[in-house]
Design a protein around this ligand. Structure first.
Ligand SMILES: *Cc1c(COP(=O)(O)O)cnc(C)c1O
Length: 226
């Protein structure tokens, strides 16, 4: 494949690999979630043709419309805030929910998944920035939440997701990533599978601090205009 998306994907993969190597890690331990909110089905299909295996979306309705056309070949990640009244639709096709931040949402997700005979991976979203406007549970309560929701059927708790405050300088994010990593290290081994952190502006720093999943849109598709 040649073309803008193919080239950008190659560059991103190389950047992921070199950040991993620089910090003594195996590049295969970092999963690239290609973030496709606002992007067309054509763009998604092109990314998949170029080897994208994991697709991230922020809104259930938008994602569902794309899923109907793209199908379940890639793994679908819900990376946006999940409203409880959208869980029924979400569990139909998402494989991993990155944004569980309360017990009720976890229970609802599990109940709906069991009804469909599915098991979804879930990550607990931690509010590492401390900004009140952001979703996510505060770090002090994160381990306890994991403890509470682990036994729920229909979900498998696989780690944490977090976002640093918006900044122009990727170094600013390091301390936030490091804190989330420290918290993640305290999870029971079975829950220490994924650490979802790092976006276009800061994914190399995130990888250096231990991220196992980076969520990247802009570096692959260009600026969003919507
Ligand atoms: C949009 C979004 C991303 C991707 O951001 P880019 O800067 O375009 O790479 C990652 N994570 C979440 C939660 C997002 O909403």
């Amino acid at each position: 494949m040649t073309g803008r998306i193919a080239e950008n994907l190659d560059v991103v993969r190389e950047r992921i690999a070199s950040a991993a190597k620089m910090s003594g890690r195996d590049p295969d331990d970092v999963t690239l979630v290609v973030v496709t909110k606002t992007r067309s089905v054509e763009d998604i299909l092109e990314a998949i043709a170029c080897g994208a295996t994991d697709i991230g979306e922020n809104y259930v309705q938008e994602a569902l419309e794309k899923f109907e056309l793209v199908g379940d070949e890639p793994r679908w990640h819900m990376i946006g805030h999940l409203q409880r009244n959208k869980t029924r639709q979400a569990v139909r096709f998402f494989d991993c929910i990155h944004s569980v931040d309360n017990e009720e949402l976890a229970r609802e997700t599990g109940r709906r998944a069991v009804a469909l005979g599915r098991t979804l991976e879930v990550l607990v979203e931690v509010n590492i920035s401390g900004e009140e406007s952001k979703s996510g549970i505060e770090p002090e309560g994160a381990l306890e939440l994991v403890d509470k929701i682990c036994p729920i059927e229909g979900i498998q708790v696989c780690g944490f997701m977090g976002m640093p405050p918006v900044s122009q300088n990727r170094e600013d994010a390091r301390v936030y990533f490091a804190r989330l990593r420290e918290l993640w290290d305290r999870l029971p081994k079975e829950q220490r599978v994924h650490l979802s952190m790092g976006m276009t502006g800061d994914f190399e720093t995130a990888i250096e601090e231990g991220s196992t999943m980076v969520r990247i849109g802009t570096a692959i598709f260009g600026q969003r205009h919507l």
